[in-house]
Design a protein around this ligand. Structure first.
Ligand SMILES: NC(=O)C1=CN([C@@H]2O[C@H](COP(=O)(O)OP(=O)(O)OC[C@H]3O[C@@H](n4cnc5c(N)ncnc54)[C@H](OP(=O)(O)O)[C@@H]3O)[C@@H](O)[C@H]2O)C=CC1
Ligand SMILES: CC(C)(CO)C(=O)C(=O)O
Length: 326
């Protein structure tokens, strides 16, 4: 698919994942990023990406703004084609912040985030805009602000939300990422891919965050660890199946096997929820665990282990919130 004009893209959330897509998209689109804690450093020095895939020491200086009001002023009446949301999926916050930069009937909102049930609030707020749901594989960290370390995978699986909506914008966005040199697959319905990734996120993210451990360290902690991880993943699988997304036991074992395979090289992963706890930030407990538990209970699925993880992670999130406001 060829693009006659460079699309206009606003990135909301220039963190670990967002900065890598900002850099890629800046090759093929006019890009601006809404930054928060890293605004000063990004404005002054730009970003540095050290990527196992794209190369080390990649420096770039994007246009940055402090908020969507400033982004709207900067656009001077021109519509953004895409708003790419790469902030953490915390319900009830972002849609109202985006309002100044969303042109009704035109701007497509692309959610590059983990979790399930994250799209509906955008649909409810922007009824006439395309909503694009993207599942992201891109292990990355930002430490300190402006410096991104990216590991060995970069992949987006992209579909319209809901799957029955027009796929035109989702296909065009997937093509844009591909032209930029990224990996993007268009999916007619991306929800099965969301659930497949959720096997990893709803299990490993809270377990690593609660234990302050990398995934491989959890597996090596005691004999009970591997069967418990498998049992949690099987609960997630049962919930997915009850909602029409079939995942085989072999696929569950494959997901668990990815961490097991990294034990000999000690190449453990720090999921983003663990990174958030380590840096005192709120965690994506509702998008990743709470929604899953509620969707399980709505179908009468037994998910005691996941429910326990939800209660513990929710308490941890509220504790982090109290610390932030103290
Ligand atoms: N990191 C990873 O390895 C992976 C992450 N994911 C998923 O990708 C998504 C993004 O994660 P990740 O990149 O790690 O998140 P980060 O926390 O690194 O980045 C999120 C960014 O959004 C910014 N942000 C949040 N709220 C606002 C606001 N109101 N205004 C401006 N900026 C804001 C944050 O700013 P501030 O610094 O001020 O908080 C931060 O820069 C999540 O859903 C995550 O689960 C998926 C796969 C891998
Ligand atoms: C586990 C991982 C790194 C997989 O990409 C992830 O999705 C996260 O950290 O939230």
């Amino acid at each position: 698919m060829a693009f006659e004009m460079r699309p206009k893209v606003l990135l909301f959330g220039a963190g670990s994942v967002g900065t890598v897509y900002l850099w890629l998209l800046s090759k093929v689109a006019d890009t601006t990023a809404v930054c928060r804690s890293n605004y000063e450093v990004a404005k002054r020095d730009g970003f540095i990406i050290n990527s196992s895939i794209f190369g080390q020491g990649i420096r770039f200086r994007p246009e940055v703004v402090r908020d969507c009001e400033e982004a709207a002023t900067k656009a001077a009446g021109a519509a953004y084609d895409y708003i790419v949301v790469c902030s953490k999926a915390i319900p009830g916050v972002v849609p109202k912040l985006l309002a100044p930069v969303v042109t009704p009937g035109k701007t497509a909102i692309v959610l590059v985030q983990n979790g399930v049930g994250i799209e509906q609030e955008y649909m409810d707020t922007f009824e006439s805009n395309p909503i694009i749901s993207a599942v992201v594989y891109l292990p990355a960290t930002q430490r300190p602000g402006g410096i991104i370390k990216h590991g060995e995978v970069e992949k987006l699986q992209i579909g319209a939300f809901p799957a029955s909506a027009s796929s035109e914008s989702a296909k065009a966005f997937a093509a844009l990422v591909q032209i930029a040199g990224g990996t993007a697959e268009f999916c007619h319905d991306v929800q099965p891919q969301r659930w497949f990734k959720l096997l990893v996120n709803a299990s490993w993210n809270p377990i690593c965050a609660l234990s302050l451990s990398k995934d491989t360290a959890v597996l090596e902690s005691c004999n009970e660890a591997t069967p418990v991880l498998l049992a949690v993943m099987m609960e997630i699988r049962d919930i997915a199946e009850a909602h029409g997304y079939k995942i085989s036991k072999e696929q569950v074992e494959f997901q668990l096997g990815r961490a097991q395979a990294r034990i000999p090289t000690q190449a453990g992963i720090e999921p983003s929820m663990l990174q958030d706890v380590q840096t005192g930030r709120r965690i994506e407990v509702e998008a990743i665990v709470g929604n899953t538990v509620r969707m399980g209970k709505s179908k009468g699925i037994k998910c005691d282990r996941l429910e326990m993880l939800y209660v513990l992670a929710k308490s941890l999130d509220l504790h982090l919130g109290r610390q932030l406001s103290a």
